[in-house]
Design a protein around this ligand. Structure first.
Ligand code: PEP
Length: 262
């Protein structure tokens, strides 16, 4: 299966100058990595999306948004939102959805995520859908049930699409990536064991397959404190199809070292 390494830049870098410096280094050193067969993607904040997409056009690095509006896939009176159509128009071809920081700080619900996924596929964007358990859920052995609750959005989207917009089922089949990101591992330096990640990825793949037996095998990435020192151990597992990287994606050298590992 194709490996993916995706950089979630979050609300970084703060200035266009710093974004361009990061891009300069990425662009001068990314070619080897891409020729290794690893697909690279970066997700800048919305304000930098058009610049980053333009600079990455005709390179092998894809661009993603970090979120899209739940309220409309195109335009409307939704102050502060960016729609899937606007994101695509800015040059991005993918979006991250359901990141734990969005779930935590913006109280993203099952319903709003269902809308967002539907809007993304309607506008032809691929989706990196993030799921993960909290520390408490992990401590109480509730990881799988927490993930099942979050994966129910995919199940409901399939049901809704089959009834109302069958073309979305095909888009989901072709352009859905799941990122397993334990909330307690994000930005903390703590990571689960590779065996724990493997068991979880197997559960995710089997669960998505159970929603629709015609779907191809789901690409599942691991995210949470991946860095250039621990990337090899995750990359060695056939159950781990790549990484979603936060902090370490802000330095081209560590991001590309992670990509080289996969
Ligand atoms: C993330 O926020 O998606 C993430 C994986 O962050 P970090 O790599 O910094 O833990």
């Amino acid at each position: 299966m194709q490996a993916w390494v995706i950089g979630n830049w979050k609300q970084n870098p703060a200035t266009t100058k710093d974004v361009n410096t990061l891009l300069d280094t990425l662009l001068t050193t990314a070619d080897d990595t891409v020729s290794n067969g690893c697909q690279l993607m970066v997700a800048p904040s919305c304000i930098h999306l058009a610049n980053v997409s333009a600079r990455l056009q005709n390179t092998a690095i894809l661009t993603a948004a970090q979120d899209i509006s739940a309220l409309s896939d195109s335009s409307g009176a939704y102050t502060g939102d960016c729609s899937a159509q606007q994101i695509a128009d800015a040059g991005a071809t993918w979006t991250i959805l359901g990141h734990s920081e969005r779930r935590q700080y913006y109280q993203e619900s099952h319903e709003s995520l269902l809308e967002k996924l539907s809007h993304a596929f309607t506008q032809g964007l691929g989706v990196v859908y993030c799921i993960g358990e909290t520390q408490t859920q992990y401590d109480n052995q509730q990881t799988f049930s927490a993930l099942d609750d979050q994966l129910a959005v995919i199940k409901d989207l399939l049901i809704k699409s089959k009834e109302q917009a069958p073309e979305l089922v095909q888009r989901l089949a072709e352009r859905l990536i799941i990122a397993y990101e334990p909330v307690w591992a994000i930005g903390t330096g703590k990571v689960p064991t590779v065996m724990e990640v493997e068991a979880t990825h197997q559960h995710i793949k089997e669960t998505v397959a159970s929603f629709d037996t015609t779907l191809p095998a789901t690409t599942v990435l691991y995210g949470g404190s991946v860095n250039k020192d621990n990337a090899d151990s995750f990359a060695a597992s056939p159950m781990i199809d790549g990484a979603l990287v936060g902090g370490a994606s802000l330095k081209a050298e560590s991001f590309l070292a992670i990509a080289h590992a996969f």
